[in-house]
Design a protein around this ligand. Structure first.
Ligand SMILES: Nc1ncnc2c1ncn2[C@@H]1O[C@H](COP(=O)(O)OP(=O)(O)OP(=O)(O)O)[C@@H](O)[C@H]1O
Ligand SMILES: [Mg+2]
Length: 287
């Protein structure tokens, strides 16, 4: 495996209050890593530090083997590190197409690649093509979320960090967004996705769980998803696409056993197999 992002001893806080007190983790190139944890665990703080919005107090952040801690967000976007921030911050008075174009500002000299990126975004999210002249502020919440992800992709990232992609979305829409994250990853972009929805685990190669500013679990998405005990310990149970990672009743034993022995549906397909299928499907754009 090759490590794209290496975090060592990262300390960050607000004012005089520390939040992250020396966390370490690696992000593998070409993989999807999910960062889970309850409200206030420090997820947004972590991606904020990686994307340059927050200045680290200590520790190092290395990307492609070079130190990037302390760089400003535009310099990071330039290197290929792009954040899709929490709360879908689109420009409400600009059209969908204008919002997407703004995402490519730092890469404006790479015309041909941007044309491809734009086509890809419209292919991932056909609704955005349909609504390309509509003011972003009048899109539905889910559509704005898609636009926020699309705008991030327009900066041609090597690493895209998506903070709470499914927040406020219906279960079906959350699933749609996660499936597109699979495609984005299959198309070659490394993904860090912050979530409270454990449904994302089906779409993750690697999982990190944060608690009170610390990483309390690291493993594969599949291990965390299939290990009832693990999931209950770190996330309070639950395994539906829509389920938040907060305590909720675990299934009755009979129900759990039935779920465990049910034949694998495409939804239960392990992450590695889903991805190779997505790759085999080849370059999108013909449908
Ligand atoms: N601008 C800020 N000023 C002061 N404290 C902050 C600020 N932003 C976050 N914090 C604090 O830092 C801690 C971690 O917050 P963070 O936003 O990283 O959590 P999170 O895991 O993203 O939570 P959520 O799931 O609710 O988005 C919390 O205790 C929060 O109150
Ligand atoms: Mg957050």
């Amino acid at each position: 495996m090759s490590v794209l992002l290496e975090i060592r001893g990262l300390e960050v806080g607000y004012g005089a209050i520390p939040v992250l007190q020396g966390i370490d983790f690696d992000v593998e190139e070409g993989k999807t890593t999910v960062l889970l944890g309850l409200n206030g665990a420090g997820k947004t703080t972590t991606v904020g530090a990686i994307s340059g919005l927050l200045k680290p107090w200590g520790g190092t952040i290395s990307f492609e083997g070079e130190r990037i801690d302390g760089l400003e967000p535009p310099a990071l976007v330039d290197r290929g590190v792009t954040l899709v921030p929490e709360g879908r911050r689109v420009f409400p008075a600009l059209s969908v197409a204008q919002n997407l174009r703004l995402g490519s500002w730092t890469k404006r000299k790479r015309g041909a690649e941007l044309k491809d990126a734009e086509e890809k975004v419209y292919d991932y999210f056909p609704i955005l093509l349909e609504r390309r002249t509509q003011m972003a502020g009048t899109l539905s919440g889910g559509q704005q979320q898609m636009l926020a992800v699309g705008r991030g992709l327009m900066s041609l990232p090597k690493l895209i960090l998506i903070d709470e992609a499914s927040l406020g979305l219906s279960p079906a829409l959350a699933k749609t967004v996660f499936n597109i994250v699979d495609r984005i990853n299959a198309d070659g972009t490394t993904v860090i996705i912050v979530e409270q929805n454990v449904g994302v685990l089906k779409h993750a190669d690697n999982a990190l769980v944060m608690e009170k500013g610390e990483i309390v679990y690291r493993g594969s998405g599949e291990e965390l998803r299939s290990g009832d005990e693990l999931r209950r310990t770190y996330l309070g149970g639950g395994d539906e696409e829509a389920a938040p990672a907060v305590a909720r009743p675990t299934p009755a034993p009979a129900q759990a056993a039935a779920q465990a022995s049910a034949p694998a549906t495409s939804d239960d397909e392990p992450r590695s197999r889903r991805r190779s299928r997505a790759r085999r499907a080849g370059k999108p754009g013909t449908g």
